[in-house]
Design a protein around this ligand. Structure first.
Ligand code: THU
Length: 143
């Protein structure tokens, strides 16, 4: 958790061992923690149909959410040793969806870094953006 970012990062590093990345050979692990201390992990899972591959971060988040745990406060991500890996753009969008105040933990030049998702995804398109549209300005669904 944000109170102990190094143990959340350690969990991401061990989760990485489960990665299935036969195409990119770039293995990633992630771990998320909820406000009440529940942790979920993920590793990237690729597919022969490349576009179906899924990032470690989204697997960790969807695992938490599908277990009924949505109050997530921090996510750690770890890639190959010595490589600074931060969440890709799609994962930033998903992180912002669960908590616009999420802390993102990663390693950079041997140091633990903690960034807020709002710094990594400024001016985000968010659930509140949809709520800002008046019902009359939304077009009818296609039938
Ligand atoms: N990947 C992740 O799992 N998380 C990231 O933050 C960046 C990219 C995965 C997707 C793909 O399986 C491989 O890394 C190379 O892009």
């Amino acid at each position: 958790m944000t109170r102990d970012p190094s143990s959340l990062l350690a969990a991401a590093i061990s989760a990485r061992r489960a990665a299935y990345a036969p195409y990119s050979h770039f293995t990633v692990g992630a771990s998320v923690i909820s406000r009440d201390g529940k942790m979920f992990t993920g590793a990237n899972v690729e597919n022969a149909s490349y576009g179906l591959s899924m990032c470690a971060e989204r697997i960790a988040i969807y695992s938490a959410v599908s277990a009924g745990v949505r109050a997530l406060e921090a996510i750690a991500v770890a890639g190959p040793e010595g490589v600074t890996v931060t969440p890709c753009g799609a994962c930033r969008q998903v992180i912002n969806e669960v908590n616009a105040g999420m802390k993102v933990i990663f390693s950079k030049a041997g140091q633990i870094k903690i960034e807020s998702i709002s710094a990594l995804l400024p001016e985000a398109f968010a659930p509140s953006t949809l709520a800002d549209a008046a019902p009359s300005s939304r077009s009818a669904p296609v039938r």
